[in-house]
Design a protein around this ligand. Structure first.
Ligand code: HEM
Ligand code: HEM
Length: 245
């Protein structure tokens, strides 16, 4: 019996022959401009929010003199809030697009509703464990990735809600005090602060795995998945089953 790694290498070679030689793959437009734009706006704002948020959790810059003379932590807070505006609006837009946009950007990409998609989750896990040499074919997100993204969107929601709850503490006179109703839900400002902080680390764990898996998939599957989040196109077999299109 062929060893799993040898089987995977052979499968890669066969796939490469198909792509280079026979052209039986075709470009399929999977991610519309809004999905790609919001992905990269969210990535950019998370980078800003994680760096500034880490500092806000542990403001290590020690400067002598009155705070008004340098205002370091104040400026970092301002940058955090601008990042928060971009992040919240991009998340809100993408969530609205789940219901208003084309089918490929919709909720079925995240929630496995068919028996086939549920079965494919097992198939993807078997592929990652090197039990199967090929992953099940997916036009959009593979069902395991889709389910993970559902969890990621929940993390986004938690960051936004705990963030606005924290903001309301220092906004007793502006309209932003309307978010104060969130504070008891999170057991006050300290509870919200703790959850806001921990959620950042959980999100950063996902990001590490997500980038590594994107690079791995780009190396093994060679169907343009990594490219697709820039160009919108994947390269898929012409004779694929039209299961989820
Ligand atoms: C990916 C998104 C975000 C990340 C990674 C993030 C990260 C953080 C971290 C680590 C802290 C420090 C918490 C601590 O004290 O230990 C913080 C503080 C804070 N964040 Fe965020 N945040 C995000 C989004 C938001 C959003 C959407 C808002 C909405 C307004 C927000 C508002 C705040 C506020 C008000 C504070 C408290 C600042 C203070 O100490 O006065 N954050 N953030
Ligand atoms: C803060 C960092 C990141 C986060 C939170 C993140 C999150 C996500 C989410 C939620 C999706 C689903 C998109 C949707 O349908 O709305 C996605 C898709 C994708 N992301 Fe990221 N991403 C990050 C960074 C990156 C980076 C740096 C790369 C490239 C190396 C990347 C490559 C991809 C690819 C290729 C897809 C589509 C893959 C698929 O079909 O499942 N992401 N990402």
């Amino acid at each position: 019996m062929m060893k799993p790694i040898a089987a995977m290498r052979q499968s890669i070679r066969l796939r490469k022959m198909r792509i280079d030689g026979h052209g039986d793959l075709e470009p399929v437009y999977v991610w519309d401009a809004l999905v790609r734009l919001t992905h990269w706006l969210i990535v950019g704002s998370i980078a800003v929010l994680a760096v500034t948020g880490y500092y806000l959790g542990k403001p290590f810059a020690q400067q002598p003199g009155p705070a008004g003379a340098h205002f370091t932590t104040g400026w970092i807070k301002v940058i955090h809030f601008y990042g928060a505006i971009v992040f919240s609006l991009a998340v809100l837009t993408r969530v609205a697009w789940i219901f208003l946009g084309p089918r490929r950007s919709g909720w079925r990409e995240f929630v496995p509703t068919t028996k086939e998609r549920l079965r494919h989750i097992v198939g993807v896990i078997r592929f990652y464990l090197l039990i199967d040499k090929d992953p099940p074919m997916a036009v959009g997100h593979n069902p395991l990735a889709g389910l993970t993204y559902l969890f990621v969107y929940m993390l986004y929601g938690l960051l936004v809600l705990t963030g606005f709850a924290l903001y309301s503490v220092n906004a007793p006179t502006s309209y932003m005090r309307m978010w104060q109703f969130l504070l008891p839900i999170f057991h006050g400002a300290q509870g919200a602060r703790w959850l806001h902080h921990v959620t950042m680390w959980v999100l950063l764990m996902f990001v590490t795995a997500h980038v590594m898996i994107s690079l791995l998939v780009s190396r093994t599957e060679k169907n343009g998945t990594l490219d697709s989040i820039f160009s919108g196109y994947k390269y898929l077999p012409k004779d694929r089953k039209a299961d989820d299109e």
